[in-house]
Design a protein around this ligand. Structure first.
Ligand code: ASP
Length: 319
């Protein structure tokens, strides 16, 4: 029996203590703790890492505080299109979905694509049709709507620029007092189970005011998500374009495989050196098959949490 562990994130970006009320901080911490427990309970019962990351990410998707599932950001056309992916480190099977609307839990769709289709990634309308054929839950626009996200989009509408949800400053919102619109984010989870199998999952609404069907790193296997029992399971968050160009999650795996770096060393090199050189703001969470965990970011903060079978639990937001 090996050490088991779950690590989650709720996005990285300009998260400053000075811009957050104690009440909002308590909300975020409670939400992160709840998601940790949702995934960790699978591991405690001897369940597999794949089920643990799916459960944790579904829990975060259901929480309106984060930019995934319910509470996803708005694109330039006022629509909420979501991306997600999941990967099993034991089999290296993967599933992903991009630019879907009205799917209640995009990570569940990614999982179902992996399990029930011969493909890795489905997109938009076709992905929706597959989800309906598989009996997955759908929901109307109202379910995904949040006043804060809408206000963030209004700040950028017509500007032609897209922004990380955490970095859009909303001057005036009655939706979530005390947040000042600088936080929230993409969600992800990585886990190692009692059998030493690892898995990773990521889910997002992408960037506020994104246009032309823009898709970020989150649904791209090797960029935003990767898992291989021989090396690591990684879920990323941050400015998707540099993360795609750096093949970020896979690069951590490569550094471990070909250079013999530890999980922490590999993640540190990628986040604080390689990504920074190409203006890649953000961070990542990781585990390896031995039960080592790491949470590394180069931004002001990253919503994050870790729980393991040694009884350790961490929930944190700032540097
Ligand atoms: N990486 C995501 C994207 O670029 C955004 C985020 O992590 O918040 O779509």
């Amino acid at each position: 029996m090996s050490r088991y562990a779950l690590v989650i994130h709720g996005g990285a970006g300009t998260l400053l203590r000075s811009a957050m009320t104690a009440e909002m901080e308590a909300h975020y911490s409670a939400a992160l703790e709840e998601a940790l427990q949702a995934g960790f309970s699978f591991l405690q019962q001897g369940g597999c890492s794949l089920d643990a990351v799916k459960a944790a990410v579904m829990n975060l998707e259901d929480c309106i505080l984060f930019n995934a599932g319910r509470g996803a950001v708005f694109g330039a056309d006022g629509r909420q299109e979501m991306d997600a992916s999941i990967m099993d480190g034991k089999t290296r099977m993967a599933g992903a979905v991009s630019a879907v609307q009205h799917i209640r839990n995009p990570v569940e769709l990614a999982y179902t694509i992996m399990q029930k289709s011969p493909h890795v990634m489905l997109n938009g309308k076709g992905a929706y049709e597959f989800a309906v054929a598989q009996g997955l839950a759908t929901a109307p626009d109202e379910y995904f709507y949040s006043a804060l996200r809408y206000e963030q989009w209004k700040q950028l509408q017509g500007s032609g620029t897209a922004a990380l949800d955490h970095n859009v400053k909303v001057q005036d919102t009655n939706a979530l007092p005390g947040t000042e619109g600088r936080k929230f984010g993409t969600v992800g989870a990585v886990a190692v189970d009692v059998h030493g199998n690892i898995a990773a999952a990521t889910s997002t609404g992408g960037m506020t005011n994104k246009q032309w069907g823009r898709v970020g790193d989150s649904p791209i296997i090797g960029a935003g998500t990767y898992a291989n029992n021989e090396t690591c399971a990684i879920s990323c968050t941050g400015h998707g374009e540099p993360f795609i160009r750096a093949v970020t999650a896979y690069d951590v795996s490569c550094l471990m495989e070909y250079k013999g770096l530890s999980l922490q060393e590999a993640m540190h090199l990628v986040v604080h050196d390689k990504l920074l050189k190409i203006d890649g703001e953000g961070g990542m969470i990781g585990v390896d098959a031995k039960g080592n965990t790491a949470m590394v970011f180069n931004s002001e903060g990253m919503y994050r949490g870790m729980k393991n079978s040694d009884g350790e639990q961490v929930v944190s937001i700032y540097k």
